[in-house]
Design a protein around this ligand. Sequence first.
Ligand code: NDP
Length: 417
Amino acid sequence: MTSPSTSGSRRSLVDSSVVLLMVFLPPLVWWMWWCMVDRDGALAWPSLEMLHRVPWPTPLSVALYLGWFVLQAGLELLVPGTWCHGAPLADGSRLRYKLNGWRCFWLTWAVVALLVGTGLVSATVLYDQFAPLYVTMNLFAFGYSVFLYVHGRRHPDEGTSKTTGGFWHDYVMGTALNPRSGSFDHKLFCEARPGLIFWVAMALSFGAKQYALHGQLSAPMIAVCLFQFWYVADYYWHEEAILSTWDIRHENFGWMLCWGDLVWVPCCYALQALYLIKHPNPVSTWMLVPIALLQLLGYIVFRGSNLQKHRFRKDPEALIWGKKPESIATSRGTLLLVSGFWGMARHMNYLGDLMMGLAWCLVCGFDRVLPYFYVTYFTILLVHRAYRDNLHCAVKYGADWDRYCARVRWRIVPGLY
Ligand code: NDP
């Protein structure tokens, strides 16, 4: 049995490690921006000068960010969509979600085109205002997370609760799985809207900056903007698939996910386009051909594997690559797919995602390592996630999972890992 003092010290260790994330991650993004903008994309030791560059939010940065957030929330609430059920919760019930992302995505670009076309907002504004905007976005995400903490305390989850009672842990990791205000689902909204579309807006604004500085858009900049636009557009086209992802099903919604969705994704995922502003042509145009093929192949593996599982769950008889799918029946009454991509490795969907991420980085050539931050971080994230998912499935499916793992040996990369 664990003594109160042991569990107390374990909790303070857990609290300290999650607080470290909160203290470490926001300066990390700022440091990368500073290296890109002030150090020509080279790695540089953090300095006082870097800290002195942290500005206060400006009226424009606040107006931009709040305007963006309100626009996204308004579209989410007002635009019609199809209603779907999420995965079963611990008590067997299912939440209903309105899916209108595809329409909201294109309506957002219509609004952006109107604002930029009429000259009300400059196309380069996200680059020019990045520093105050970054501070504004952080303040917003930290504040929103306070709201989520209080909200989760007032409306705790029925059945399983993942809270520890330690303030810092619960603030960072969240106090509720699906915090909602009426039918407005805070987690799905933040996961799928303001940050994700803002990432593409950042990349496009960085493209506009390159154009403003050099009088033309380079082929690598066009490629990376296209690849990322495609990735996000595709996400909305297959929006229903998000309801079965790990974050939506298993993670509480606290600072970690909220800050990740609202700040990390838009500010970190657009690093390649940021780099290309001052280094327009780090690779020759012919090099873009194999890079585009890598993106295409990655997309086929990523989308193909996610769709195979999704369709299999809806109809276990639906053909995969022209054949009736094979599966392992579990004692829980569900089936584990072992055909198609799911017979090659347990997470081919992660492999496809990583291939696309690598393609975005390769567009930046080999002079600097910082543009490769994305694929490095993403590899760590997905390897760790595959590990957690394996533990989760081992508990959930027991011996059936062992049989599945014996049949599908590789975790992510067939023949390698
Ligand atoms: P998965 O979509 O791979 O879902 C894993 C779950 O699927 C398991 O927990 C299990 O759930 C079920 N499952 C596992 N194996 C099988 C099988 N053989 N047959 C049937 N069901 C199976 O994981 P994620 O939610 O992590 O990822 C979804 C996508 O999102 C991936 O493509 C990933 O690359 C992407 N992603 C992108 C991120 C980004 O920042 N761009 C971040 C994270 C993910 P069950 O309990 O239902 O059996």
